[in-house]
Design a protein around this ligand. Structure first.
Ligand code: PEP
Ligand code: MG
Length: 576
């Protein structure tokens, strides 16, 4: 019998493989009273589980392939340190002896006590450690409960395996990719989570938001995953398997055909050049950007300098990194986005501001940076200094109003002054731009454009804030629609503001990398696109098969309803 589950396809591609489950969720734990004679055996059992957890973490750490960002190893080191701390290794032993209870329960009591202390702390950095404690304790509890092979799935070769989990962090995605997993399925998350964005950029087929996947799918059973439609199929018969294997072969052939477009110019049939740049999250992705022959980087997310680290990367580390990326780009532009931490982005090394009541509407991105000027300056200095080594562009995220933009520009000017006084080199003409991703900024885009060298539309957040949809909440993902007329009207306003002021406008949200929307965006007047490298050649194929002039004519006035816009997009794409 087949079991057909559905979720949200967040990273395209067909994957077929055997399931490996990885659970991070809370195990069910009950208290069991022990006979006095059983107490020391229980202490032994607890210590064995601790040792095993430590071995697992060491194995994961040792197997980190070269080139993995250092924060991944640091993240694991933090867990190892916690495991050996008396609070986790000795206090539960005392509880087992005093209460004569099972080890799982002792660990649960100690976890609850620690978490209560962390929850009362005002220090935001220490508060973020609470999640680490939870992860470590869950690992030991799973082992005590007979821990299956799944909890150390990250530590082994996963060729031909589909990893099914409740949730996966960007670091997990990176490691699963390096262990050659064929695909991933998660219970939570959506297309705009950073794990999803990373999966897309690594070409790892992924489906998220599949309710109860870790319960419904069994270890070792064969599943088919369709990362485009979000389908996950278990128990397929031979005929179905053969069908999807054929599809996999077709996809491989199509990828090869796309690769042939690598050197072809990105130009419409009527001769208009269209810039296609890459979004990268991690320096490693620069390889993929080069493989796709991107016109430089249109969005370098710099959160990895701060996430899952004990201390944020300082000026020198960031500067060296920017210089390395510039060298790899061989003269093509590098658009560095300043720190966008908070909201959906984990903030383990960012020390300003509490998580807030509603992080997406709170002290996020530029708001947070302007609150913590001493913490922000090293990054601004690093970006400016990197501009002496190649074509760097600086981009501020999440600006909301002109006064806020002016504050950011004044701070940048103060940093330029500092560097001048120190006789440090930088390009005084380094272009400075902003992401337009808050509706308020889109509505006054012309005022932004007058003060800046370029704008870049961030549709991921623009859609989230316009439609009031949490981009990570799978319950409301169905409402997420880039073709919503309100969203398109804002996008059009930003493009028009660029034309009116002679300011280049790009788009770097995920919409720019979806070939279904390429013709519509061209018709709306967009000429610069930035996207995950994996999407670039597909978008180039559409650009090269389109005539710009008729598209501009057809999209001069967009229809006002969802249905009409969807119909228009279908009409535009008919011959693709
Ligand atoms: C966006 O919001 O569209 C964007 C590109 O930024 P991020 O996804 O990093 O928030
Ligand atoms: Mg954004």
């Amino acid at each position: 019998m087949t079991l057909d589950l559905s979720g949200i396809g967040v990273s395209r591609g067909t994957a077929i493989g055997r399931v490996v489950r990885m659970r991070h969720g809370d195990p069910e734990i009950y208290e069991q009273a022990l006979a006095e004679t059983a107490v020391e055996n229980e202490v032994d059992r607890f210590r064995k589980a601790l040792r095993r957890a430590s071995e697992q973490l060491h194995a994961v750490r040792d197997a980190i392939p070269p080139g993995t960002p250092p924060d991944v190893a640091e993240f694991i080191d933090t867990h190892l340190l916690m495991l050996s701390d008396d609070l986790l290794s000795e206090v539960p032993v005392n509880i087992i002896r005093e209460r004569r209870c099972n080890a799982e329960w002792a660990l649960k009591l100690q976890r609850d006590a620690l978490v209560a202390v962390f929850d009362q702390m005002d220090d935001p950095y220490l508060r973020t450690r609470r999640d680490d404690i939870d992860h470590v304790i869950r690992r030991v509890q799973h082992l005590l409960l007979g821990g299956d092979a799944t909890s150390d799935a990250l530590g082994r070769d996963l060729r031909g395996r589909i990893v099914v989990s409740d949730e996966l962090s960007p670091a997990d995605i990176l490691m699963l990719h390096q262990r050659h997993a064929a695909g991933v399925v998660t219970e939570t998350g959506g297309p705009l989570s950073h794990s999803a964005i990373l999966a897309r950029s690594l070409n790892l087929p992924a489906v998220m938001g599949v309710h109860h996947a870790t319960r419904l799918l069994q270890d070792n059973e064969v599943v088919i995953l369709d990362g485009a439609t979000g389908m996950v199929l278990a128990g397929a018969d031979r005929r179905l398997l053969a069908h999807y294997r054929r599809r996999q072969r077709d996809e491989q052939r199509r990828r090869r055909e796309l690769l042939a477009l690598r050197e072809a110019p990105s130009r419409t049939l009527d001769g208009h050049p269209i810039a296609l740049r890459a979004n990268i999250e991690l320096p490693e992705e620069i390889r993929a950007a080069r493989q796709a022959n991107a016109d430089g980087v249109g969005l370098y997310r710099t959160e990895f300098f701060y996430i899952h680290r004990q201390k944020p990367a300082g000026e020198e580390e960031q500067l060296q990194n920017f210089r390395r990326v510039l060298r790899a780009l061989k003269g093509k532009p590098l658009t560095i986005r300043t720190l966008d931490i908070g909201g959906d982005k984990d903030c383990s090394a960012a020390e300003v501001g509490l998580p807030g009541r509603n992080p997406a509407l709170g002290l996020r991105a530029i708001r947070r940076c302007l609150r913590d000027v001493p913490g922000f300056k090293p990054q601004l200095r690093a970006v400016l200094r990197a501009s002496a080594s190649g074509p760097v562009r600086l981009m501020f995220p999440m600006l909301t109003s002109v006064p806020e933009l002016e504050n950011a520009l004044a701070l940048l000017e103060a940093v330029r002054e500092e560097l001048r006084a120190e006789r440090k080199r930088f390009d005084p003409a380094m272009p400075v731009g902003a992401m337009i991703e808050v509706p308020a900024a889109a509505l006054v885009a012309e005022a932004f454009a007058q003060r800046l060298d370029f704008l870049s539309i961030g549709t991921n957040d623009l859609i989230q804030y316009t439609l009031a949809i949490d981009r990570l909440d799978e319950e409301v993902n169905y409402l997420y629609d880039p073709l919503n007329p309100a969203v398109l009207r804002l996008v059009q306003m930003v493009i028009d503001a660029g034309h009116a002021t002679g300011t280049p406008v790009a788009m770097c949200g995920e919409m720019a990398g979806d070939p279904r929307y390429t013709r519509l965006l061209l018709g709306m007047g967009l000429t610069e696109f930035s996207m995950p490298p994996a999407a670039l050649l597909e978008v180039k194929r559409v650009v090269r098969n389109s005539r710009l002039e008729p598209l501009l004519e057809r999209c001069r006035t967009l229809p006002g309803s969802e249905a009409e816009i969807h119909a228009l997009v279908e009409e535009l794409n008919r011959d693709l």
